[in-house]
Design a protein around this ligand. Structure first.
Ligand SMILES: Cc1cc2nc3c(=O)[nH]c(=O)nc-3n(C[C@H](O)[C@H](O)[C@H](O)COP(=O)(O)O)c2cc1C
Length: 174
């Protein structure tokens, strides 16, 4: 079984999530490829696709949306799971789903969409980005650092229907 894990990332933390998902799938015996959306020419070689994106100002990154546009027909013919990486702070904000997700769920006929906590390193941000984060009134952003497993991303307390589940949940067969 060949699985593609692809995620659009600006500062790298969403790529870290994709890599962590890829590692777990590989440990479970799946043949996993992790790649940036802009490097994916076709999804035809894969039996399943996990597609994610960082969220900025409510939107997925264009590289992920362009992949959906490019490969839409092939995506609808195989199992797809979506994830967004975004909410930051304590409590995590914003609470709403990214605005593009309903459309991408429909376009890909994805089985599920998950939101993972984002990660923010203030010194990487441009001045307008810092201002936007302040406008979101995010507090304690320094808590949103660390590796995906330190951020608890792969220890979801709820049943996980992604193929990263522990095999005891209601995963649909790929
Ligand atoms: C300027 C700016 C705007 C953001 N807007 C949102 C947003 O609308 N929704 C959200 O969930 N997260 C938002 N975030 C948080 C990012 O999605 C989060 O930091 C994510 O982990 C970044 O991923 P990356 O490192 O892969 O680029 C924003 C972050 C910045 C810096």
């Amino acid at each position: 079984m060949k699985v593609l894990v692809t995620a659009a990332s600006k500062y790298g933390s969403t790529t870290e999530i994709a890599e962590a998902i890829g590692e777990v799938l590989t440990e479970r015996g799946l043949e996993t490829t992790v790649a940036s959306p802009q490097d994916v020419g076709s999804v035809e070689p894969y039996d399943a696709v996990i597609l994610g994106s960082a969220v900025y100002a409510g939107h997925w990154q264009k590289e992920a949306k362009e992949l959906v546009e490019r490969t839409r027909d092939a995506l609808t013919g195989r199992p797809v799971w979506l994830f967004s990486s975004g909410p930051i702070g304590d409590p995590p904000k914003p609470e709403e789903d990214p605005v593009d997700v309903a459309e991408i769920l429909e376009a890909t006929r994805a089985r599920e969409h998950r939101v993972f906590p984002g990660k923010l390193v203030r010194k990487q941000l441009s001045f307008p980005e810092k201002a936007l984060v302040m406008a979101l009134r995010v507090r304690r952003v320094t808590s949103a650092t660390g590796s995906p497993s330190e951020r608890g991303l792969l220890r979801s307390p709820t049943p996980c229907r992604l193929p990263i589940g522990d095999g005891t949940t209601d995963q649909r067969p790929l």
